[in-house]
Design a binder for this molecule. Structure first.
Ligand SMILES: Nc1nc2c(ncn2[C@@H]2O[C@H](COP(=O)(O)OP(=O)(O)OP(=O)(O)O)[C@@H](O)[C@H]2O)c(=O)[nH]1
Ligand SMILES: [Mg+2]
Length: 180
């Protein structure tokens, strides 16, 4: 009952949220720092722009090791989210094959677990660290993550990025901004 009430309050009070998720070391912080740079790489996504900072949260239940950065701030251990969740940005380290596999599993589980809240959410995958010589290509990352199969029926997009220089971030977020 309490959870239901909290959910109602959150749904009513929050603007559409954009979540940034990713396995540790994928580049989430670096990506978010880009958003705070002057011009933010030309970020136009309104819901991200409106946020001066991101709250951090770790989903530690059901062994879902995704760490969440929730627009709007949510500091509880359970993500109540918002059924108006507009988009999920998943940052992946393209140079780490084991973590790409872990991302595939956890991202799938995450969308399963929060199916209701993420019903309308679009998915933007940032195939990050494309500047590294050992990075898999965007197509390879897409295939390893099984995006075409797993997210069939959902609007998704994969974008190659270098979060350090900011390359690709504007393009990715422009795609998201057009969807939400
Ligand atoms: N070469 C390269 N390095 C990157 C890129 N993005 C992030 N890094 C580096 O990868 C490391 C991890 O980046 P973070 O942004 O801290 O990653 P995180 O996902 O926040 O990880 P944790 O804070 O460790 O959970 C840092 O040393 C970054 O400088 C990229 O596009 N290219
Ligand atoms: Mg970090």
């Amino acid at each position: 009952m309490i959870e239901w009430i909290i959910q109602k309050i959150i749904d009513a009070s929050l603007e559409p949220q954009v979540l940034v998720v990713g396995i540790e070391g994928s580049g989430r912080h670096t990506f978010e720092q880009q958003l705070n740079l002057p011009g933010g790489g030309g970020i136009t996504t309104k819901s991200i722009l409106a946020s001066p900072s991101f709250g951090y949260d770790i989903i530690d239940q059901d062994n879902v090791p995704l760490s969440l950065s929730v627009y709007g701030g949510n500091h509880s251990m359970v993500w109540y989210g918002n059924s108006g969740t507009a988009g999920v940005v998943c940052v992946v380290d393209s140079s780490d094959e084991a973590k790409i596999e872990l991302t595939k599993v956890t991202l799938g589980r995450f969308f399963e677990r929060y199916e209701k809240l993420l019903r309308k959410a679009v998915l933007l995958v940032m195939a990050n660290k494309q500047d590294r010589l050992d990075a898999l290509s965007v197509t390879e990352v897409k295939e390893r993550l099984g995006l075409e199969t797993r997210f069939k029926g959902r609007r998704w997009h994969i974008q190659g990025t270098n979060a350090v220089s900011g390359l690709g971030i504007k393009e990715g977020l422009d795609w998201m901004a057009r969807q939400i």
